[in-house]
Structures are given as structure tokens and as C-alpha cells.
Design a protein around this ligand. Structure first.
Ligand code: NAG
Ligand code: NAG
Length: 679
């Protein structure tokens, strides 16, 4: 997505339902296709002599013409037990390729600790990338591989690991040796996982992207791009088509025109974009590497959508006869920013706009993998222009959705109970305020995600003023565990203190010694922008804390990471006697029974204010009611089991009375958004 966004037209669509709740009746396969070959039968029947080539007469794969119809689906945003279903639904649309990014920050959660599915990390389950790519081939799809190392993608820090920032001189995405060293170490591990899965070696990978929208970065370094090209060639990708993807307005600034195939990213105006691309790169096929099917959501906004009709009109022009272009739907199926992995933008009133947990994206397949209106339109249009014509799988059925009713909190830990269970390795005594990244924990990698508490035991008076900041990102002050309401500006649930300096008056306290806590939440590192936008330390990286005008020093610091293993280990819960007396911040826990085979459901936290939800120890993501637009969290069936399940909630601000499981998503008020990139 682009820094330069012109002419954002907003049309509010009030009262338009999602219309996706019922299972669709699935059409039988078109009998006229029954005799057609599969993709791999067609392209590899006489052995493999060459990979994907961008020629003056279009894409050729192993010497045969191909129009690429690809869909973006990220393995790290989809429960692995649902990978096959989603891949098959992509192939059943007539698409022939799946595109995926790679999330470096998941695969190398600590410096030099790699995880491709065999680790013991919160996301390990999702990280068998090799399996995902092999499965794509089993499902008769080619693969476009976009390993970054920077991916943008509304993903925490654009996929980069937070510990890069421990180097005070770090320059990510530039020709800066310590950055390149980390990239080289990671790529050496990563590309070894998939090197033999290139098409020319009998696998599905036909193209690899170099960096990501580098033309939108500043300052740019061609040496960095050249370095990445050399690196992937040396790691065995010299025969796979290497490409870049940018807004066409970036010209050649993000690519190496003699070496790399250029593609264009846009949502509308395909003619203008393709004409500009052809002017830059004549005698090559045109491809939209990111044809934005919808858009993502920030907290405090409405749910951004793109109309099915404008999507269809633009798709017809992209792949139709005039341009005979190729496409990658971004997204075909968005999935979910599980846990604390949603990214953010700079912008808005406070120069910071964090993203919600859902990555539904208003894409052809919904967050829960159901067929949206765009899916049916895409099938029609792909049918007209598919090259070559191939057989297809039958449309898989949509999943059943269940409601598991309403679960009351039965056990809880209050704020002090929680802090008492923070392990010694996550507690520090420090003279000065700190960032998360600079903490000495996680094998020299600092704290990446979660919450940070600066505690000062100090005399304070009724009416004392604590001044702190700029806080990164969402913060409040507690005195002896009681939230100070003057921490927030704004009304109702739209109250917050975020990314700024603030004076907080300590109210209704005795003139005495108190535990004064500054609680700060990392709401997601910025994933898009220029050099300065990627300085994204969290906590109190540059700020100070003052009490009644005096600098405060000597803190007890708690790093609250909320990793799964810790959440599962929590003990000494108290019994809930009366939900009305529960006081946040707190953790509540309850169990509930799933009878029979678990089904997809949606967690509705109405009545609560802001927090995170764990199912059987896995962090589904954030809720922030009324800050919305998102009102429910997608809970994929594979996180549930038959019998007893545990739901655990960390509520920061106001406990509710029940956790509800509903059979339909609520992503907020829909608003139509046209994103025009500068040509
Ligand atoms: C369109 O592209 C396909 C795939 O590359 C090719 O086979 C076909 O000849 C092209 N059609 C025209 C009219 O150029
Ligand atoms: C704190 O000050 C306010 C305003 O003067 C007063 O209403 C309140 O009773 C005081 N609280 C305590 C605990 O002294």
C-alpha cells in the first residue's frame, strides 16, 4: 500500500448485510472441463526444460503460453488445517497460481533461532512453509514467492524482526552492513527450505520477488536491490523469474530494469496503470502483482470495502483482450492477523494508525473462507480469458458455523496476581525508562510484542501529576492497581492515550507511598513508509517520566509478553463470585464444552472494552469495542476440540459479564473506498 494516496472516495453503505452466513449450494463441475488436463499435466508432460519467462508474446512456462491468474494467501494468516481448503477454493475459481509473502519475524523470533514449523513458539504451527508450497503443487497451483525480507502487508514491522532496532544505527531496507548480515543469515536458512521447490527442479515456484514496493521507500539504494538479487542467485534461484512490484509512479526507482521484471500494484484505473507500465517496460507481458480486491482496517475507522462491480470491471480490463494481462489478487483470501501481529501506518491525528486483527480485506474468500460476491464474479471473468484451459476441482463446500452460546467468567487473576506470575527473566530494575527492544531478554533480542510496565514505588499526593511520553503506543497509569481515568482523552470507549506525551492527575489517593505504574501496550509496529517511519521502538524509547515536575528514575520493569506457554502456565486463579465487582486490568478464564466436531465460530466481546482473547492458549487477537470497526474475532474450528475448551481473556480496561460465541462475523460499518495511486 502507498504513502501517496490520492482521491480517497468514501461512500458509506449503511445496512448492507454480509449475506454470507448460509452455506452456499455448490455447483457441480462443468462437464465440458472433464477431459482437460491438469496444470502440471499440461506444462510438464514432456519434461521440464525452462521456467517462467516474460517474453514479447506473453508469459511462457516451459515454452508454453500462460496467463497468470494468481491469488495472495499467506500461510501465516490461515490455520494450517485450513490451508488445503483455501488453496482448493483458489484453484476452483480458475486461478492457476498462489502468491505468498514470508514473515521473517515469525521464522526468526529471536536472533539466530529459526523456526520452520518445528519450534516451540506461538506461531510454530503455521510455519511449515515448505509444506504449504508443496501442498499448493498438490492442489495444482504454481507459486509466486515473495520473501521480502520486508513485506509491508499490514504485518508487524512489515515482517521484520523487532530486534533489528537494538542497533541504534540500524538502517533497515538500505545498504547497511549489519542489516544485510541479518538478511543474509535469514535468507540462507529460508531459501534452503524451498530451493528444490522451484519449477525448474520439479516444484511449483515460478517467480521470486525482490524486496517489496521499494520504489515507495526513501532513501533508496540500488546497491541494496543488487545485493538481494546476487544473494538469491547465489542461494540457487538463478533460473527462477525475479521480479519487483511497485506503483507505476515509482518508475524504475525500485527495480533494476535490465535484470528484474516489473509489475504494477493498484486497485482501479487499470488502463492508466498498464499504459504507464508498458511505457516503462515495452515488449513484456503486463501484470498487476497487487490488484487490491478490497482494503484493510485501522481501529477507529469503518470497515473498508470495494464494490464487487468495480472489482469485476477492473478485472475484466486487466485480464481481457486489450491488455491480455496477468493478475495477482491481493488478497484472494486475507485471513487473520492472529495474536499481536497486526501492523500499523503513520498518519491520522496522532501519526499512528494501528490495524485491526481481522485481515478479511473484503477479498473473494472471506476471513472464514466463505465465497464472497467477488469470488463468483472472478470465476465468470477468469472463464472467459483462461490460458491455457485446464481442468478444475469441484468447489469445496463452505464450513459450518456454530454458536457456542455465552460463557461467564468463572476464574480470574487480578492485576497484582498477574504481575506476581511474570517470570524473573522478564523483570528488571532499571535506572531509566526503557524501550521493549532494549530489554535484556529473549537471547539478546529484547521484548518484541505485548505490554511493558514501568513501576515506581514513590510518595505521591492526591492531585499529584505524572507526566510521561511519548508512549509507544497505548498507555495508562495505575496507582496501587487502580486505573487513573485521567490517563485518557476522549469519550466512552473512544478514550485513549496513544503515541503522545500526557499529564495524568493522580486522583482520590491518600498522601502516602504508592505503586505508580505506567502501563504501555505495543499496538503494532508501522509496516509502511520511509526511513523515519521504520524507527519503531516500543514502550518508552525516547521519553521520560516525571512526577510533579521531578524526573523519575529507578523503575521496576515488567515485560508482559503473553506468550502461549506462559498463558497456559497461569495458576492460583480466584473464583468469580460476582462479575459486577471484577476490576481491570485482569485475566479471566472459563471453560466451555464443544459437542461433536468443532465448527468455525466468532468471539463476540460486547460489554468488554479492550484486550486479547486466547483459546486453549492460542492468542486469537485484539478486541477494542467501539474503537472497532471489528466487533468479533474469527475462531477457526481447528483451534477447538471436542469436549472441554478454555477461553482466557486479558482485559485491560473494563471487565464484561460474558464471552459470546456467535455464528456470524461482525466487521463493522461498511464503507466503500477507492484507492488511486499516482501514475
Ligand atoms: C494473450 O496471452 C496469452 C498467454 O501469454 C497468449 O497465449 C495469447 O496469444 C495472447 N493473446 C493475444 C491476442 O496476444
Ligand atoms: C482528593 O481530592 C479531591 C478534590 O480535592 C477530594 O474530593 C477527594 O476527597 C480527595 N481524596 C482523598 C482520598 O483525599
Amino acid at each position: 500500500m502507498f504513502k501517496i494516496i490520492l482521491c480517497v472516495a468514501l461512500i458509506v453503505l449503511v445496512g448492507q448485510g454480509q449475506g454470507l452466513r448460509q452455506k452456499r449450494t455448490v455447483a457441480a463441475q462443468d462437464p465440458s472441463r472433464a477431459d482437460l488436463p491438469t496444470l502440471y499435466e499440461h506444462f510438464t508432460e514432456n519434461g521440464i526444460n525452462s521456467g517462467l519467462e516474460a517474453t514479447a508474446s506473453g508469459f511462457m512456462l516451459n515454452g508454453k503460453p500462460l496467463k497468470i491468474v494468481s491469488g495472495a494467501m499467506h500461510y501465516f494468516r490461515i490455520h494450517p488445517e485450513q490451508w488445503r481448503d483455501r488453496l482448493r477454493k483458489l484453484r476452483a475459481s480458475g486461478a492457476n497460481t498462489v502468491e505468498t509473502y514470508v514473515a521473517w519475524n515469525l521464522h526468526e523470533p529471536q536472533k539466530d533461532v529459526y523456526d520452520f514449523g518445528e519450534g516451540n513458539n506461538d506461531f510454530s504451527l503455521f510455519l511449515n512453509l515448505r509444506e504449504y508450497i508443496k501442498m499448493a503443487q498438490e492442489e495444482d497451483l504454481l507459486v509466486l514467492f515473495r520473501p521480502g525480507p520486508y513485506i509491508c502487508s499490514e504485518w508487524e514491522f512489515g515482517g521484520m524482526p523487532s530486534y533489528l532496532q537494538r542497533d541504534p544505527n540500524m538502517k533497515v531496507r538500505q545498504f547497511y552492513e549489519p542489516y544485510l548480515d541479518r538478511v543474509e543469515k535469514f535468507y540462507t536458512q529460508l531459501l534452503a527450505q524451498v530451493q528444490d521447490l522451484q519449477f525448474t527442479s520439479g516444484g511449483p515456484i515460478v517467480g521470486l520477488q525482490i524486496e517489496n514496493e521499494y520504489g515507495s521507500f526513501s532513501p533508496k539504494s540500488k546497491d541494496y536491490i543488487a545485493y538481494l538479487v546476487l544473494l538469491v542467485e547465489n542461494l540457487g534461484f538463478e533460473k527462477t523469474l525475479l521480479f519487483t512490484s511497485d506503483g507505476v509512479g515509482a518508475g524504475f526507482s525500485g527495480t533494476l530494469p535490465d535484470r528484474l521484471f516489473m509489475t504494477a500494484n493498484f486497485q482501479g484505473n487499470p488502463e492508466g496503470n498498464f499504459d504507464a507500465l508498458l511505457a516503462l517496460q515495452p515488449n513484456k507481458p503486463v501484470m498487476s502483482m497487487e490488484f487490491w480486491t478490497g482494503w484493510f482496517d485501522h481501529w477507529f475507522e469503518d470497515h473498508n470495502v470495494v464494490s464487487d462491480q468495480s472489482f469485476a470491471n477492473n478485472l475484466e480490463i486487466i485480464i481481457g483482450n486489450k491488455y491480455n494481462g496477468s493478475v495477482n489478487f491481493y488478497m484472494f483470501h486475507g485471513g487473520t492477523n492472529f495474536g499481536l501481529m497486526a501492523g500499523a501506518n503513520t498518519g491520522g491525528d496522532i501519526s499512528y494508525e494501528p490495524d485491526v486483527t481481522s485481515y478479511d480485506y473484503d477479498a473473494p474468500l472471506t476471513e472464514a473462507g466463505d465465497y464472497g460476491g467477488k469470488y463468483l464474479k472472478a470465476v465468470e471473468i477468469i472463464d472467459r480469458y483462461e490460458t491455457p484451459k485446464l481442468s478444475r476441482p469441484v468447489l469445496p463446500a463452505e464450513s459450518t458455523k456454530a454458536t457456542y452460546g455465552s460463557v461467564r467468567p468463572t476464574k480470574y487473576l487480578n492485576y497484582e496476581d498477574i504481575l506476581a506470575q511474570v517470570p524473573g527473566t522478564s523483570k528488571f530494575f532499571l535506572a531509566d525508562a526503557t524501550s521493549m527492544e532494549d530489554l535484556e531478554m529473549n537471547g539478546n533480542s529484547g521484548q518484541s510484542y505485548g505490554y511493558l510496565i514501568h513501576r515506581k514505588k514513590t510518595p505521591a499526593n492526591n492531585g499529584s501529576v505524572l507526566k510521561a511520553g511519548p508512549v509507544k503506543d497505548f498507555a495508562f497509569v495505575l496507582v496501587d492497581g487502580v486505573i487513573q481515568q485521567s490517563s485518557f482523552s476522549g469519550e466512552g470507549n473512544r478514550r485513549y492515550w496513544m503515541n503522545s506525551v500526557k499529564e495524568v492527575t493522580l486522583e482520590n489517593i491518600e498522601d502516602d507511598w504508592h505503586n505508580v505504574d505506567l502501563f504501555i501496550e505495543n499496538m503494532g509496529r508501522v509496516n509502511f513508509g520511509w526511513e523515519e517511519d521504520f524507527e519503531q521502538k516500543k514502550g518508552l524509547p525516547s521519553g521520560t517520566v516525571e512526577l510533579d515536575g521531578e524526573l523519575v528514575q529507578g523503575f521496576e520493569v515488567f515485560a508482559l509478553e503473553f506468550k502461549s506457554a506462559w498463558v497456559k502456565s497461569l495458576s492460583n486463579f480466584r473464583n468469580v463470585e460476582d462479575v459486577a465487582t471484577l476490576q481491570a486490568p485482569l485475566i479471566v478464564q472459563s471453560s466451555f464444552i464443544v459437542n461433536g466436531v468443532p465448527a468455525d465460530t466468532f468471539v463476540d466481546m460486547t460489554g468488554w472494552e479492550k484486550g486479547i482473547v486466547f483459546i486453549n492458549g492460542f492468542n486469537l487477537g485484539r478486541y477494542w469495542n467501539d474503537a472497532g470497526p471489528q466487533q468479533t474475532l474469527y475462531l477457526p474450528a481447528p483451534f477447538l476440540k471436542t469436549g472441554e475448551n478454555t477461553v482466557t481473556v486479558f482485559e485491560q480496561l473494563k471487565a464484561g459479564s460474558a464471552i459470546r460465541f456467535s455464528d456470524a462475523p461482525e466487521l463493522g460499518r461498511r464503507i466503500e473506498r477507492a484507492i488511486n495511486v499516482e501514475l
